[in-house]
Write a protein that binds this ligand. Structure first.
Ligand code: AMP
Length: 490
């Protein structure tokens, strides 16, 4: 758990409706539940609602759309499941609540809480995710699940197969929206949206709200209210700072692993020296990533071209010295990586400031050597922000994450196959079966999966209707107007 349940104050976001039209409803208490449900909640050991439950539940019960910025550990699942379970009418034999989550594990967790909240009642549910057989899921859906929780790809698959209809969903929950996008579910979400009724309530939850999550919210939600869980420091609540202790010789491996885990749509990786910049860009390219480097000695038009490519969504990563932190304004990045701690303290602020613009949230990740930790913490103290130390992901965690993402990618592709494609696939079924039965065959399958994964890395995660990034080259101290000519010293 990231944080204890009770020590997180809840803030009303900027876009909360003005008090004269929508005064904040009274806080939710477990006394507001029916005696039966209260009993089941008590049986789970929940004594009082968490802050996010206190605030989100009355807003959801008011019927409007809602964006909640909350992390795992805040009690967010209860915040939507309690009102959902309360509102379900078991007499209606169709799906009234649909919960979309990014991973199988989270789907199981949510479903578990749902089962406990509905134990001994007539309310039925179904758990639907990819990578497993269809039989049990189809049965649960056919029996008329009132609530369905699952991953978007498989849910869409059931919709296309005619084993599930989402046409009468009254409450749609998009949980861990940032993760859903990071796992590559955007195409499935887009297709699913068309199948959903216009008239519905939608609740979107996300630990961070970068640009892409805002875009997703814009296409799924109408005039949403917002709840922001923060630590009470407005200036940094939109930007999260993390650091990892990394041995000097393992930095590039650590960076790759962190990129695999975070899977940012676009990011800048800052290094201190030109040599590091060129080296890191090369390592990224060798690992299949779209990456270009930028250093101060490169002509201005080359730099602008590179930034423009990121702006257009055809380049995912830029590795740069501080030329980019000061010289060119790219906003709306969800991630900034600091491959090395800057020599000058103020540069940390310049670098991390490339993300979390205009009220969006962003993440600044620093790779820190043991001996540099004290200095990094000193910077955090000096600039009054909280920086959190995290353990590096283990190879198993990276493998599980990349595997799950690849599965999403392949299943999404499967959904778009035409009849001819499907027929062609049949040719290879005997070979697939024989490969799956020997150790050598496994290696060959792993090779294919690796190729498919690398290929998938080049696909944009998210193609919004409008251009994703706002990039304006600017010179320090001048108005941010595009410059076409001349070189700038950095
Ligand atoms: P979540 O953020 O929904 O993943 O919840 C994190 C953990 O907090 C889970 O183990 C929940 O069972 C637990 N939890 C949720 N609501 C409450 C509550 N009101 N009181 C105590 N624990 C809770």
């Amino acid at each position: 758990m990231d944080k204890t349940l009770d020590d997180m104050p809840v803030e009303r976001g900027e876009n909360t409706a003005p008090p004269e039209t929508s005064p904040a409803p009274p806080l939710f208490s477990f006394d507001d539940l029916s005696p039966d449900l209260r009993e089941r909640v008590a049986a789970m050991g929940w004594v009082r609602p968490t802050p996010v439950q206190q605030q989100a539940i009355p807003l959801l019960q008011r019927g409007g759309d809602l964006i909640v910025q909350a992390k795992t550990g805040s009690g967010k699942t209860g915040a939507y499941l309690l009102p959902a379970v309360n509102a379900i009418d078991p007499a209606k034999a169709w799906t009234q609540v649909l919960v979309l989550v990014p991973t199988r594990e989270l789907a199981r967790q949510v479903y578990d809480v749902f089962l406990r909240l509905t134990e001994g009642t007539e309310v039925r549910g179904a758990l639907v995710y990819g990578g497993v057989g269809y039989g049990e899921q189809t049965r649960a859906l056919r029996e008329g699940a009132h609530l369905v929780v699952g991953t978007p790809g498989r849910i869409l698959d059931h919709v296309y197969r005619g084993t599930f209809t989402v046409g009468r969903v009254e409450l749609l929950v998009i949980d861990e929206a940032d993760e859903l996008l990071s796992m590559g579910f955007y195409p499935a979400l887009r297709k699913l949206r068309i199948q959903l009724p216009e008239e519905r309530q939608t609740c979107l939850l996300s630990a961070t709200i970068p640009y892409h999550v805002e875009e997703l919210a814009r296409s799924f939600l109408k005039d949403p209210e917002r709840l922001i869980l923060s630590k009470g420091e407005e200036t940094v609540s939109t930007l999260e700072h993390y650091y990892y202790i990394v041995p000097p010789l393992q930095k590039e491996r650590a960076l790759i692993n962190l990129l695999e885990m975070e899977n940012p749509d676009t990011a800048i990786i800052f290094c201190n020296t030109k040599r590091d910049v060129e080296y890191v860009a090369e390592v990224l390219k060798n690992n299949g990533y779209d990456a270009l480097h930028l250093t101060g000695d490169m002509p201005q038009n080359t730099r602008e071209r590179t930034v423009k490519r990121m702006h257009e969504g055809t380049l995912r990563f830029i590795v740069a010295t501080d030329v980019l932190a000061r010289g060119i304004d790219i906003s709306d990045l969800s991630h900034v990586f600091l491959y090395s701690i800057p020599e000058q303290v103020s540069v940390y602020i310049h670098r991390s400031g490339r993300t979390a613009r205009a009220g969006k949230t962003g993440i600044a990740i620093t790779l820190c050597e043991d001996i540099e930790e004290k200095r990094l913490l000193g910077i955090a103290r000096q600039y009054h922000f909280e920086i959190v130390k995290r353990p590096l992901p283990t190879p198993e965690e990276v493998a599980a994450r990349t595997g799950e993402r690849l599965l999403v990618q392949m299943e999404t592709e499967m959904l778009t196959l035409g009849l001819m494609d499907r027929e062609r696939l049949q040719r290879f079924l005997p070979l697939a079966q024989s490969l799956a039965s020997t150790e050598e065959g496994f290696q060959l399958i792993a090779l294919l999966l690796d190729r498919a994964y690398i290929q998938g890395l080049h696909r944009p995660l998210f193609q919004p209707d409008r251009p994703p990034l706002h990039a304006v080259p600017k010179t320090e101290g001048q108005s941010p107007r595009p410059r076409r000519r001349g070189r700038r010293k950095t």
